[in-house]
Design a protein around this ligand. Structure first.
Ligand SMILES: Cc1cc2nc3c(=O)[nH]c(=O)nc-3n(C[C@H](O)[C@H](O)[C@H](O)COP(=O)(O)O)c2cc1C
Length: 301
């Protein structure tokens, strides 16, 4: 068995496979289906300072090789998370990472500071890339200035591993990644969903309540892979790659393009055990190719 351990800043992962926010609940929902401690990390649902209702229904639509969603960060807020969810997940033997979103830099920083106080949450993933909310979200992730303002504010109040999740809905994602690195991000993860839409031609209406939604699943993989490759060359901090990963081959492509770890999102809806299968598949591939350590293939392209 090859050594699958990797590090994201100060965060040690037993293997590079994590779950993508919004597609794996709080992990608990999958506890009867897979061994949660077999994952490198679980990135839980998007959390905001105040509770959010999310968008009206319909907020999901199937597409060729993927899906659109406009859930809109529905969650009960950070205080509810700290009081009711954290006690249930704090003893899961993997890195439990909270995905944080907000509508102003101060908002993000306050939410992050409250999570900083939780002993068994070793990292946060800052979502500056949600395309489905009006206030904030993706607005911060589409300019260097916007990204800098959030990362700077959070860095002042959050002292553990800070991963910043980037939006693919930009012209030059490497510039945004460099701006995050300069403000003290320990890692960047990419990609969040690509903005898209679908229309019901009989009703002459969008299939989604707010008109547009975020595209995810296998159809986004080539775009995600290209962006991970570009960002990995541009920054010195570790890159977490995601977007359409469904198989071990997909994951290995991201690792070869320069990702130190990967996340799996939409594929969990098709096969709740996909994360464990991808982890095992990476290991088998390394063994079959005589690699003793996963670092032999990270960035080898
Ligand atoms: C239903 C749904 C909800 C999501 N919610 C969040 C979220 O709360 N925060 C976030 O950063 N990304 C969210 N995402 C984006 C995913 O984490 C991921 O970046 C994206 O789906 C691409 O990966 P995939 O193709 O493996 O799904 C969501 C995606 C889906 C499909």
């Amino acid at each position: 068995m090859a050594d699958l351990r990797v590090n994201i800043g100060a965060l040690a992962l037993k293997n590079p496979v994590m779950t993508a926010s919004g597609t794996f609940g709080y992990g608990l929902e999958f506890a009867d289906l897979i061994p949660l401690d077999g994952l490198g990390g679980i990135i839980v649902k998007g959390t905001t300072l105040k509770p959010r209702e999310g968008n009206d229904y319909p907020r999901m639509a199937e597409t060729a090789s993927g899906m659109l969603n406009c859930v809109g960060l529905q969650n009960k807020g950070v205080d509810y998370f700290c009081e009711h969810i954290y006690p249930q997940i704090k003893d899961i033997d993997t890195n439990m990472i909270v995905n944080v979103s907000g509508s102003s830099p101060e908002d993000y920083a306050e939410c992050a500071a409250r999570i900083d106080a939780l002993e068994n949450i070793p990292a946060i993933e800052l979502n500056i890339s949600c395309p489905n909310v009006k206030d904030g979200g993706m607005a911060f992730g589409t300019t260097c200035q916007g990204a800098e303002s959030v990362v700077k504010a959070v860095r002042e109040r959050y002292h553990k591993t800070l991963i910043v999740k980037l939006s693919p809905n930009v012209t030059n994602i490497a510039d945004i990644a460099k701006a995050c690195e300069a403000q003290g991000a320990d890692s960047v993860s990419l990609i969040n969903t690509l903005m898209g839409m679908a229309i019901d031609i009989e009703r002459r209406k969008s299939l989604l309540s707010i008109g547009t939604g975020g595209l995810s699943g296998p159809c986004v993989k080539p775009v995600a892979l290209r962006m991970v490759w570009q960002v990995a060359k541009a920054v010195n901090i570790p890159v977490v790659g995601l977007g359409g990963i469904t198989t071990a081959t997909d994951a290995i492509e991201f690792l070869m393009a320069g990702a130190t770890a990967i996340e799996i999102g939409t594929a969990n809806f098709l096969d709740p055990a996909v994360t464990i299968k991808v982890r095992d598949g990476i290991n088998e591939w390394l063994d079959a190719h005589g690699c003793k350590d996963i670092h032999e293939i990270i960035g080898c392209l």
